[in-house]
Write a protein that binds this ligand. Structure first.
Ligand code: FPP
Length: 394
């Protein structure tokens, strides 16, 4: 077996340590809100093809998220580190730090000398703050995804236990609390929950009344907790058919939580996706020449609401049931057999992991193949040693 080069540490993550990918991750770490494809390309001095291929590798490893949209009718690609990406990059830096210490020792410099250079003393912090200005970024979550959930299975869950359907809905409210609490930590910026469709008025009056009681209870009792957790609440759907007083409670809850920045929670009540599109068309008027963005604003009632990235439906049913029809044009779909009252943070994480593994092409062809690889990988030992040498020389 060939001799291992000094400093070719097993712990140096090979996905990250490829020179181009290391540059990409460093740039993305310093820009927690993400970078446009063109900016990342310029920062890393890569060709379109190579950047796409490296992004694909990083996406497959769950380290980077690439989103495609339209801005002024032109395609726009944004690249961001995922939470896992930020964590893995920091782990990588920790190994690099050890490598530098060992390299310094091997070069005969002791810690004090390096300390004078500002390298070893508080090295981790120096590296993060001084060199890459990353520490502050770590606390700023990039909570970007828009996830919609069709919370199905309350009735069956309760009936299996010999309980009333309403007890299933009550347990469903607990699941809402769990998911709202977990969502910001899992990279979700907007969460739309389907609580009551416009077709649910067809249910027996006692069940409808029970659901409305739960909604009233939620609006009366949850606002403090939403405020504490930085959640902004919006209720979408018709308000004119709700029982007396609920529209007012919704308005007050929305006003009280309007400053929440950790999560935008949208609860759909008396909601119909087709009606939202019909209403938007009526507002636009005949013959109006609107962009998709203009029309989206009419459908959603909000400027700049992000399209839905992922729709989750619980209870094994596989249909959209008139939920977010416009907003989910390119949504990935995740169906789970879990009944909604049992759904928890682990189920949400599983759905997001499955989502991260999908290749989202938005009608395009995806990333082109990588340019031919060099005859011999020259990255791990030499770049590691080079990185160590250049850092020690700071
Ligand atoms: C679908 O399950 C669920 C609903 C129609 C209601 C969802 C409501 C909650 C989760 C709690 C209420 C929350 C608020 C904020 C009011 P299903 O009853 O159709 O289940 P099934 O298919 O097993 O019958």
């Amino acid at each position: 077996m060939a001799d291992r080069a000094p400093f070719s540490y097993e712990g140096l993550d090979r996905v990250i340590h490829e020179k181009a990918r290391l540059g990409m991750l460093t740039s993305l770490m310093a820009h927690p809100r993400g970078l446009a494809f063109s900016d990342l390309k310029q920062l890393c001095a890569l060709t379109d093809g190579n950047l796409s291929r490296h992004l694909q590798v990083l996406q497959e490893a769950g380290l980077v998220e690439v989103t495609k949209s339209y801005e002024r009718n032109r395609p726009h690609t944004t690249c961001r580190l995922t939470r896992a990406g930020r964590e893995r990059f920091l782990d990588y830096l920790a190994v690099l730090e050890q490598l530098v210490r060992d390299a310094a020792k091997a070069a005969g410099r002791d810690a004090a000398v390096l300390g004078d250079l500002g390298v070893v003393a508080g090295w981790g912090r120096f590296f993060l703050k001084g060199d890459f200005a990353m520490q502050s970024c770590l606390d700023t979550q990039v909570n970007a995804l828009h996830v919609g959930i069709i919370m199905d299975g309350n009735g069956r869950w309760a009936q299996h236990r010999g309980w009333t359907r309403l007890r299933g809905h009550e347990a469903g409210l607990e699941a809402i609390r769990r998911v709202v609490e977990a969502a910001p930590g899992q990279g979700i910026g907007t969460l739309t929950l389907y609580a009551f469709s416009s077709d649910n008025w067809r249910r027996p009056p006692a069940e409808v009344a029970g659901l409305m009681r739960l909604l009233r209870f939620y609006l009366n009792n949850e606002v403090r907790s939403l405020q504490r957790n930085g959640v902004r609440l919006s209720v979408i759907g018709r308000r004119d058919r709700l029982p007396d007083g609920i529209a007012g409670l919704i308005g007050r809850a929305e006003a009280a939580t309007r400053c929440g920045e950790a999560l935008h929670l949208r609860i759909a009540v008396d909601y119909s996706g087709r009606d939202a599109i019909l209403n938007a068309a009526a507002q636009a008027g005949a013959g109006a020449a609107l962009t998709r963005e203009d029309f989206a604003r009419l459908v959603t009632g909000e400027p700049g609401l992000r399209d839905v990235d992922l729709i989750i439906r619980t209870s094994g049913e596989k249909r959209l049931s008139d939920f977010l029809l416009w907003e989910s044009a390119y949504a990935e779909l995740h169906f789970t057999d879990r009944m909604w009252p049992d759904f928890d943070a682990g189920d949400l994480a599983a759905a997001l992991v499955a989502f991260q593994q999908r290749e989202r092409r938005f009608g395009g062809l995806g990333a082109p193949p990588l340019a031919p690889a060099p005859a011999r990988s020259r990255l791990v030992p030499e770049v590691a040693a080079g990185a160590a040498a250049s850092i020690v020389a700071i």
